[in-house]
Structure formats: C-alpha cells, structure tokens
Design a binder for this molecule. Structure first.
Ligand code: ATP
Ligand code: MG
Ligand code: MG
Length: 568
C-alpha cells in the first residue's frame, strides 16, 4: 500500500480521532453548479473523498445552489458524472436549497436574538458605509430597528413584497471590526429568480457564508475544507454556527427531520488549504465560459480545456489526476504548479496501464522487394514490454508497409540512426531491411524499395544482429485509416492570466494547440472501445475519442507526448 499521507489537515484529523472528538469524520465537496468542474476542483475532490476513504469517514456531495441566476441542471449532472469518473462516490447527495426553510427559520431566530436586521441601504450605499482596511465602517441608519419591525419586514421580504435589491437582511456584528467580513455582512438578498431546484418558491436567497456554514452544521460535517481565500471568512462561519446553534433548537430543523434527513450533530470546523494553480492554462469559470462562448475552443469538453470533461475527452486517466493531487499535496502555501507535473503523472499512469499498438501518422510506403507479391504473415507482439499480463496480439505483416516519413532521410544529418539510402534499419518485430532504391516524384519521396535480410528474422541465426535504429510500421494491406488529433497546450505562455496593459489571456492562445491528421493504425488498434488508452509506439500516448471513435472508423486523441518537449 502507498505511504500514509501526512499533510497538516490529515494530522488534525488524526489528532481529533485520537482525542475522541468525533465518532466518525464527515467531509463534503460543495461545488456551485454554475459551470463545469476543472482540475482545481479535482484537488478538492481528491482531498475530501480521499480523507473519507482513508479515515473510514463519510463524504457528502453538496450543491451550493444559492445563486440561481447562474446555475443550471446541465452543470449538476456533469458534476455528478465527473466526481464518479474521478473514482469517488458520495454518502449523501445534498443541495443547499434542501435547507432553504431551515435557513429562513435560522434567520428569524437571529432577528429575535437581536443579531440580524433588515437594512434598506442600496448595494452602493452598503459599500460606502462598509469602510476600508484602514477606516472603520459606519452603522447603517436601519441598524437599530426593533425586533418586531425586523420580523415583519423580513417576513414581507419572504412573501415577495419588495423588488430585487430593495432590502437585505444583515448580521449585526461590528462595523468597526478589523475583519471587513464581520462588518454586518448580508445574510439574505431579494432576488425574484426561478431556482433550478425550488422553482419560484423563494424570492429571497441566502448569502454564501450563511448558507455554507449552516449547511455544514446541518450535515454534521466535522472538517469543512476550503481554499485559503475563505480564511478571513472563518470568524463569520463560526459566528453563524454558534448563534444559530441548531443543537439548542430542534424546531429550526424540524422540516428536515420530517423529510427524513438525519439530525445535525457537533460543530463543524473550517480548515483552509491553498488552491491549485497550474501554468499554461486558465482556471476561472468565467474565463473558461468565455473560451466556450466565443468559440475559441470546441466546448466544455474540448480536449485542450482544463475542465474534467476536457481532460477526460483528451484521454487523461482518472488515476493520473489522483496521482497529481497526491503529488501536489496539501499545504497553506500558494504555489504555481508546472503543467509538466501533470503530464508526468499522465505518462506514469499510461506507461503502466496502456497497451502498445503501432500507428503511422505521416506515412511513407516501404516495399519489400524480396518478398513475393501478395505475401501475408501474422506476427505475435506483446501488448506491453514490461507486463506480460497484458498478453499478446496478432499483427499482420505484408510486402508493403507504411513507415513514418521522418524515419527516412535522403541526406541524413550526422547521428541519424534510422533509414537512409543504402542503409539498414530494423522493422520492429520483423527483421532488418536495407533501402535499395528511393522513388521520387520531383523532390518528394513517394516510396522506398527495400530488401529484408531473411537471416535477421526471428528464430534465424542473424536475429540478434545489431543495427542502430528500430522503426515502427503498419502493414499497408491491413492498415485501418484513422483520424488522429494531435493536441498541445492551449496557451503559449506560462502565465496567460498575466495582467498586462491591452493584453488578455486570449492573446496567448497557442495556434498549434490542435492538428488533425489522417494516419494508419494496425487492426488491433482500430477495434478498441471508446476511451481506451494506448501507447502508439514511438509516438506518444493516445486515447480513442469518447464521442467520435467507432470501430472501423477510429478517432484518436493524443493525450500526451512520450517526453516533455516544452522548455519552461
Ligand atoms: P471558480 O473560482 O473557478 O469559479 P469556485 O471556487 O467558485 O471556482 P466552486 O464550485 O465554489 O467553485 O468550488 C467547489 C469547491 O472546489 C470549493 O470548495 C473550492 O474551494 C474548491 N476549489 C475550486 N477551485 C479550486 C482550486 N483551484 N484548487 C483547489 N480547490 C478548488
Ligand atoms: Mg465558490
Ligand atoms: Mg467562483
């Protein structure tokens, strides 16, 4: 088994368990269904679900659906699919919207406690009154409304009597706090928008901090793991949990109990870790959405996108993303991870897991003169050079084969060890051929005539004779035409997000990030299932396209090259 992970979060959990603070730990992954998940989310998924697995805990998938204008059921379905694809499953599927009635009761409780008030300031005025880092804020003129007036106004907000933005419900905390998040933050706003889960039942919606803290408390989350930008929100998180205090007030969550949900227990603890940042890409949902909407990529699942759907379509094995999350690790230090680290994880996983096949992407015909016309053979090849459990396959061989055009040079530079006029090379798994004639049309080489040394074939005395180069090939009589999509990084610069006068990430799109070629593959490559990972020998790791591949009309995506060719 792999070594035990020991980041600071897992240490906290170990200590908590050792001290008997929790019978069982519970975490959650709380995406907002306002876009597709990206590789940054994968870090959070692997952390939360990984911890669940390692500590025999439970993990909820909770849709943080408190911002209905930007949310869509399409995203909900994709997120569920992505979490499962990454290899995880949730204990319970929840929505913040499952708790709207409970949140509402909690807000009424805060009003009764004198801890919340209805404020009529406009958004702009609220900003103005909030103060700055160096200046304290000023109290809203509505801060001292009576409990009765607040109750009445908030109930009328809920009844839909006021237009969008007319009023907010605010926590009454401290307008002079050094932490701006505590300067009477909004708990509710008015928004007459249909919700993808609750329809038009609610004209008011809870704010993120309030909903998030209470959702964690309701679900009995023990460790609420979030990214560093929420560190300054933690005092507000604790304020909400402590003042609402579900344990003291079962009436608040009675609707959940009636609906068959569990009873909240214990107090959640928020712990922050650094977000994942990777170079050569952008990760904000807003920018990814713009790439899709402006047609700069072919969709959310374009194989160049850092979305999980894009990575999947490209052929990235989910195990490579889990390995990547482990390798990046968990800390409180913000850092920028090199894209090459991800590619290295993909190579490592695919090297171990991908069967080998032969394909020729830029074909040049090689004719073996000393085999009879119509000669056909069937050879047996190991599917994996290091792992016999992959078994063997049949590879047809005939008098004419396709080789890679760049494996022949008429005027070779020094150190070129492949085929040259009059020279020899090993055809992988066949034997040694010598180039006896170069056929040309003008300057273009159209075919090579060769002879195969019969003494160099398997089982013959010269089978071990050394030649410098070995090249791959596909029997021309048996080859299947394939569409092969050669993907590369989407951006040409390490920091496409750089803030530069008059420039945006769009100016750094890599014009060569996809090249589509027609190549030839051996029959055993053509019949694979969609999403099968393969290594095309000497070319790279490829995957049968999830949507367009069909046996007989194969389509492959280059998932990653064999070696890192990017200088950074
Ligand atoms: P974006 O800023 O791209 O819109 P978000 O954080 O608003 O992302 P959510 O759907 O709210 O997106 O994220 C769900 C969870 O994933 C949150 O707990 C969030 O902290 C985590 N997460 C999002 N991006 C990253 C990242 N780059 N690294 C680690 N965790 C992340
Ligand atoms: Mg968010
Ligand atoms: Mg966001």
């Amino acid at each position: 088994s792999p070594p035990e992970k020991n980041d600071f979060i897992r240490q906290i959990i170990r200590d908590d368990l050792a001290a008997g603070r929790h019978a069982r730990i519970r975490t959650r992954f709380p995406p907002e269904p306002n876009g597709y998940l990206h590789i940054g989310h994968a870090k959070s998924i692997c952390l939360n679900f990984g911890i669940g697995r390692e500590f025999a805990g439970l993990v909820n998938l909770r849709f943080d659906d408190t911002n209905p204008a930007k949310e869509d059921p399409e995203y909900v379905e994709a997120i569920k699919e992505d979490v499962r694809w990454l290899g995880f499953d949730w204990a319970e599927l929840r929505h913040a919207s499952d708790y709207f009635e409970v949140f509402y009761r909690a807000a009424l409780k805060l009003i009764r406690l004198g801890k919340a008030y209805v404020c009529d300031l406009s958004a702009e005025q609220v900003r103005e009154f909030r103060g700055t880092l160096t200046e304290p804020g000023r109290d809203s003129p509505f801060r001292d409304r009576s409990v009765e007036e607040n109750l009445e106004l908030f109930q009328r907000m809920r009844a839909g009597e006021f237009p969008d933005g007319a009023r907010t419900l605010r926590a009454k905390i401290d307008m002079a706090s050094g932490n701006i998040n505590l300067r009477d933050p909004a708990l509710y706003r008015i928004k007459h928008v249909e919700h993808q889960n609750t329809g038009d039942a609610w004209p008011i919606y809870p704010m993120y901090d309030f909903a998030h803290a209470l959702s964690d408390a309701l679900e009995g989350i023990t460790h609420s793991l979030c990214t560093l930008e929420f560190e300054d929100h933690r005092p507000l998180y604790d304020w909400c949990v402590d003042h609402v205090d579900f344990a003291a007030d079962p009436e608040l969550y009675a609707p959940l109990v009636a609906a068959g949900f569990g009873v909240p227990a214990g107090k959640p603890r928020q712990i922050e870790f650094s977000r994942l940042n990777i170079n050569y890409t952008v990760m904000s949902k807003r920018k990814l959405l713009a790439l899709v909407n402006d047609g700069l990529v072919a969709g959310w699942d374009d194989p160049r996108m850092p979305t999980l759907q894009g990575l999947r379509r490209r052929g990235t094995p989910p195990a490579a993303l889990r390995l990547f999350a482990d390798r990046v690790g968990i800390s409180k230090q913000n850092s920028l991870i090199d894209y090459g680290v991800l590619e290295g994880c993909i190579r490592e996983v695919m090297d171990a897991a991908a069967p080998r096949r032969m394909a020729v992407l830029d074909p040049l015909k090689l004719v073996i003169d000393n085999l009879p016309a119509g000669h056909r053979e069937t050879l047996r090849f190991a599917n994996h050079p290091k792992d016999p459990s992959f078994g063997e396959r049949e590879v047809p061989f005939s008098r004419e084969v396709w080789i890679e055009r760049e494996d022949f040079m008429e005027v070779p530079p020094k150190g070129f060890h492949r085929l040259v006029p009059g020279g020899e090379v090993r055809l992988r798994g066949v034997g040694i051929v010598r180039c006896v004639e170069v056929l040309k049309d003008g300057d273009t080489v159209t075919a090579l005539r060769c002879t195969l040394d019969p003494e160099s074939r398997a089982g013959m005395p010269g089978a071990d004779r050394k030649v410098k180069g070995t090249i791959h090939w596909v029997s021309a009589a048996d080859a299947v035409a394939a569409e092969v999509r050669l993907y590369d990084r989407l951006f040409t610069v390490a920091d496409p997000d750089r803030d530069e006068e008059g420039h945006s990430y769009r100016d750094y799109l890599n014009p060569d990030s996809v090249r589509v070629v027609r190549g030839w593959v051996e029959p055993a490559a053509a019949v694979v299932e969609a999403e099968q990972n393969l290594q095309f020998e000497r070319l790279g790791y490829f995957t049968a396209d999830r949507r367009d591949h069909a046996a007989g009309a194969p389509v492959f995506n280059r998932t990653v090259t064999l070696r890192d060719t990017w200088a950074t």
